[in-house]
Design a protein around this ligand. Structure first.
Ligand code: ADP
Ligand code: MG
Length: 603
């Protein structure tokens, strides 16, 4: 048999390597930003089009590359950052594998422009699928610009595998934030489809965190500082009362490199011991500095996991440090009677009117569910499909009963006409032809609101109410970007917006079923829900939005409902298209027939 083993051609090897380095646009962003930092840049711009699917460009003012280096950088295992294996144990740069640019150039259209300080002219290189297309001398400033276009253009399977723009943007912003948090002394700019998303000026760490996560973050931060022989710990943890239901804001940096470590996370969470509400996660921004030769970064291809030499000692020091700082913070507020109450408000709402605690269900005082034409006056605009539930009642002649009861107990009218009862502020019981129906008030209201929102969002004929004073709400710029992407859907739902700034949005109008005091919470919950949503190809904001609003605005267990409100709820539920289940698939009511009640007594 003849020999069959061959070496793979370079471009094929590069494509295979790319599979490991480049999973999605965000991976490219990470590699390019890190290269810019390794080049000593003080200003870094990231320009994106279509969540990076069309364009990812990083422009830096770092040291640039010579003509030869500009060509060399696209070769596999071409790096200026290590020369021998021992260097791996003393790394001070982000990159060292020399694989990123070769991999990226194998699966995209790449344009490099670069110039070093001492040269008059710079170099421009175009490369597609590992093939150099052009190389020229150009006039350009010192530094490097690397544009990556049409990522995965030659690997359709990978391209089709990319998620929606919202999801891919989210991944990019995660990477961007990690890099920006690790280098608060560098100025960063992020533009997406020609809109400025971040402009982070060179500053200190606290200001950088606030610039990324919004002004409301400032009052949440508790500083952390500790120096020992084996580790320096700096940064902030957020006060326990601001712990989040998702793990979003948890950052460890080791020697200025973002890492994930469930072990160290455990140490921090442990330090919060007893201070956290169940199911919540503390936010933290912790910067650990250890001697470069006591860690091994090379164990993970994308370098977000690290091995420490003295893990146990680090755990103990970290835990003790965080605990100590929290302890100091915890004593203070209790003693401080003159504390500014504003500090307790997580969101800053300008011109907000007094909050009300009225249940969000609205009631028509003339409404009687047992009279057919009353439904026209009811506030929901949906087509009522009442047949199914009314048939439950048809055999009872309400008028008859009322008349008789009025005759018999003329002075107890309000008791005798009661048709619904609230049980333990949780269930509503109503009499039906065959027995009784028991309705879970909260789940039922979720169903009603869900259908109402879904209809107004999709039919695009929302019931909106104008606010007397527009409300300005601050969010992080990332949240603003997200609200902006779903602006149209929100408008369909009944919101109307005035001004968008980088970290606030002014709201002029809201859906009729929303009270002003709920605006912040429903938007916050919505962003959270979109975030948690496992996205797929059929990812629809409509449904997520309607579910989220329904969940947030529904009356809760424990809310006392007047008789009218109970009746209104029963009526609305059975006017729904799918009254039997909540938007999250739970049963909203159960019936108990006379037969079943009899059986209770006969067993
Ligand atoms: P690595 O970063 O692991 O060395 P890369 O493929 O990312 O590998 O980059 C290869 C080389 O190209 C780097 O070692 C560096 O010398 C050079 N390089 C890449 N990006 C830049 C940049 N923005 N400025 C200057 N040099 C760069
Ligand atoms: Mg690199």
């Amino acid at each position: 048999m003849s020999d069959i083993i061959q070496l793979l051609p370079d471009h094929v090897a590069n494509q295979i390597a790319a599979g490991e380095v480049v999973q999605r646009p965000a991976s490219v962003v990470k590699e390019l930003l890190e290269n810019a930092i390794d080049a000593g840049a003080t200003n870094i711009k990231l320009l994106l089009k279509d969540a990076g699917k069309t364009l990812i460009q990083v422009i830096d003012d770092g040291k640039g590359m010579s003509v030869t280096d500009a060509r060399m950088c696209f070769e596999r295992h071409a790096t200026s950052k290590i020369q021998k294996a021992e260097d791996l144990f003393n790394l001070n740069t982000k990159g060292f594998r020399g694989e990123a640019l070769a991999s990226i150039a194998a699966i995209a259209h790449v344009e490099l422009k670069t110039k070093i300080d001492t040269e008059e002219l710079g170099t421009s290189i175009k490369i597609e699928g590992s093939k150099i297309i052009t190389q020229d001398f150009i006039n350009t400033a010192k530094g490097t610009s690397l544009a990556v276009k049409n990522l995965f253009y030659n690997i359709p399977a990978r391209r089709n595998f990319l998620k929606s723009d919202t999801v891919e943007t989210r991944h990019i912003i995660d990477e961007f934030q990690r890099v920006a948090l690790a280098h608060s002394n560098i100025t960063f700019l992020l533009h997406h489809n020609n809109n400025e998303v971040y402009h982070l000026k060179s500053s200190n760490l606290r200001k950088r965190i606030v610039a990324i996560f919004g002004t409301k973050m400032n009052e949440k931060l508790v500083p952390i500082n500790e120096q020992t022989d084996i580790i320096v710990i700096e940064g902030f943890v957020a006060k326990p009362e601001f712990a989040k239901r998702k793990r979003g804001e948890q950052f460890f940096f080791v020697n200025n490199r973002f890492i994930k470590s469930s072990y160290l996370n455990h140490a921090v969470v442990n330090a919060f011991d007893g201070l956290l509400e169940q199911g919540t996660h503390p936010s933290y921004f912790l910067y650990l500095t250890v001697p470069a030769n006591t860690i091994d970064i090379n164990i993970h291809p994308t370098k977000t996991e690290i091995k420490f030499d003295n893990e146990k000692a680090l755990y103990a020091i970290l835990r003790a440090t965080v605990k100590h700082s929290l302890g100091q913070y915890n004593v203070a507020p209790v003693l401080d009677f003159n504390r500014d109450a504003n500090l307790d408000t997580p969101y800053h709402i300008q011109k907000n009117v007094a909050k009300t605690t009225v249940p969000t269900i609205s009631v028509d005082p003339n409404f009687n569910p047992f009279k057919e034409d009353n439904q026209k006056t009811h506030h929901y605009k949906k087509e009522h499909q009442t047949q199914s539930w009314e048939s439950l009642y048809t055999d009872i002649s309400i008028a008859d009963i009322e008349n008789k009861q009025e005759d018999l107990f003329n002075n107890q009218q309000e008791i005798s006409t009661q048709k619904t009862f609230q049980i333990q502020r949780k269930y509503i019981m109503s009499l039906i032809k065959s027995g009784v129906v028991l309705i879970n008030q909260s789940l039922a209201h979720q169903r009603i609101l869900y259908e109402e929102f879904l209809e107004s969002i999709t039919v695009k004929e929302a019931n909106s109410q104008q606010l007397l004073f527009p409300v300005k709400i601050s969010f992080s710029s990332q949240e603003i970007e997200m609200i902006y992407t779903i602006k149209t859907e929100l408008e369909n739902a009944g919101f109307s917006f005035d001004e968008f700034t980088k970290d606030s949005v002014t709201i002029k109008g809201i859906p009729v079923s929303v009270t002003e005091s709920k605006i912040t919470i429903i938007l916050e919950e919505l962003l959270n829900d979109i975030d948690l949503e496992v996205p797929d190809a059929s990812f629809s904001h409509f449904d997520v939005m309607a579910k989220s609003f329904a969940k947030t605005l529904s009356i809760k267990t424990g809310t006392q409902l007047s008789e009218k409100e109970q009746e209104s709820l029963v009526n609305d539920l059975f006017s729904c298209k799918e009254p039997a289940v909540s938007p999250f698939g739970k049963q909203t009511f159960k019936t108990l027939t006379l037969q079943e009640i009899d059986n209770l007594f006969n067993s």
